[in-house]
Write a protein that binds this ligand. Structure first.
Ligand code: NDP
Length: 333
């Protein structure tokens, strides 16, 4: 059974590659350069070419970007689409975020419909960003909730990442409804993803966005003042990666969104977990009585669909914090 995985060099995708191989899938991933493709292959020594290989897709926003990548012999059975920009260095909201997110998603769906008729399901990495509704006092977050962000609001640099994920996911569901392709889709909607990095792809300088607070903590930037938590929900990267693979393995996953979260956290709780698991960091950490910004009236969450349908058993917060810190220390933090 053969799978195409886009954005193979990403933080989450690196873990997806490992789980696909463990579960016996033949995997082809896309990367933007030969250099990255080769580095990933070199770090899977002994894996034969028919099990793991790559194709170049330079820019997912280009028309027809995936037209060649989706063609394969033997043909693909499933596609996992993770490639999308995630950073906060916004210059041009449309060019940097909205185009790659939206056109990347509709582009791959069009290419599959036109050139890859054997594909049965496409799993798309969406986000809690496409669920969160900052305009209303939502009491319970689940797959039923949608971010109501408008195109105009997306031009505000602080909104554009969330908007890009919302519009891309909407475009995917609209495509399936209007075009009625041979495949169905499922979306994976995680909040902040923490966890070990794959060392051959990441360095402290080029660290994926969601792990950056751990680097800052290790470097002592939380000592004087713990920064605001932002979104109070997290999940471990290994659980997110497994959810993607389970979403192709479980037939009932088709046609569904999956809110993939282990639960609540705050930066203060990261500090306290780090104090327990990495005592050598003590001098870099704030005092035990440093205040927490966790709200007393926080919403509730329902992640039951991910457990019941995908069978996800979420890792504990302590395990996630411990393994994230150790992994960053291994690259010199
Ligand atoms: P990374 O930044 O590590 O990965 C992003 C991937 O997308 C990289 O492989 C990158 O390629 C690729 N990419 C970005 N823009 C383009 C483009 N224009 N053309 C081709 N490839 C492109 O981030 P994550 O692993 O964290 O993110 C993966 C997915 O998960 C994204 O869809 C993101 O929105 C989603 N997500 C992430 C969360 C998190 O907290 N990490 C939370 C919720 C959702 P390159 O390496 O060459 O830059």
């Amino acid at each position: 059974v053969k799978v195409l995985l886009t954005g193979g060099s990403g933080f989450i995708a690196a873990h997806i590659v490992d789980i696909l191989l463990q579960h016996g899938f033949d995997t082809v991933f896309t990367v933007r350069s030969d250099d990255k493709g080769k580095r990933i292959l070199e770090n899977h020594p002994g894996t034969p070419k028919e099990k793991l290989s790559y194709v170049i897709v330079k820019d997912v926003a280009q028309d027809g970007a995936f037209d060649e990548a989706v063609k394969s012999d033997p043909p693909f059975d499933y596609v996992l689409h993770t490639a999308s920009p995630f950073h906060f260095n916004v210059q041009d909201p449309v060019k940097d975020f909205l185009d790659p997110a939206i056109k990347g998603t509709t582009g791959i769906l069009k290419a599959i419909k036109a050139y890859a008729p054997t594909v049965k399901r496409v799993v798309i990495t969406s986000s809690f960003a496409a669920i969160i509704n900052p305009k209303q006092n939502v009491k319970l977050y689940s797959e039923k909730v949608w971010n109501p962000v408008t195109w105009e609001e997306a031009m505000d640099h602080s909104n554009v990442y969330r908007a890009s994920k919302t519009f891309a996911e909407k475009a995917a569901w609209d495509f399936v409804e209007k075009e009625k392709p041979n495949f169905d889709i499922a979306t994976i909607n995680p909040p902040l993803v923490f966890g070990p990095i794959v060392h051959y792809l990441n360095s402290l300088e080029a660290l994926n966005t969601s792990n950056q607070r751990f680097r800052n903590l290790i470097q002592g930037q939380f000592k004087e003042q713990i920064p605001p938590t932002g979104t109070f929900l997290y999940v471990d990267v290994r659980d997110v990666a497994l959810a993607h693979v389970r979403a192709i393995e479980v037939s009932e996953a088709g046609g569904k969104r999956f809110f993939i979260t282990a639960g609540f956290f705050s930066n203060k709780e990261i500090v306290e977990a780090a104090r327990k698991t990495h005592s050598e960091l003590e001098s870099k950490l704030p005092a035990k009585d440093a205040p927490s910004d966790f709200p007393s009236d926080i919403y509730e969450i329902d992640n039951s669909r991910s457990k019941e349908i995908l069978g996800i058993k979420y890792r504990s917060f302590t395990e996630t914090v411990a393994d994230t810190i150790s992994s960053l220390q291994d690259v010199g933090a």
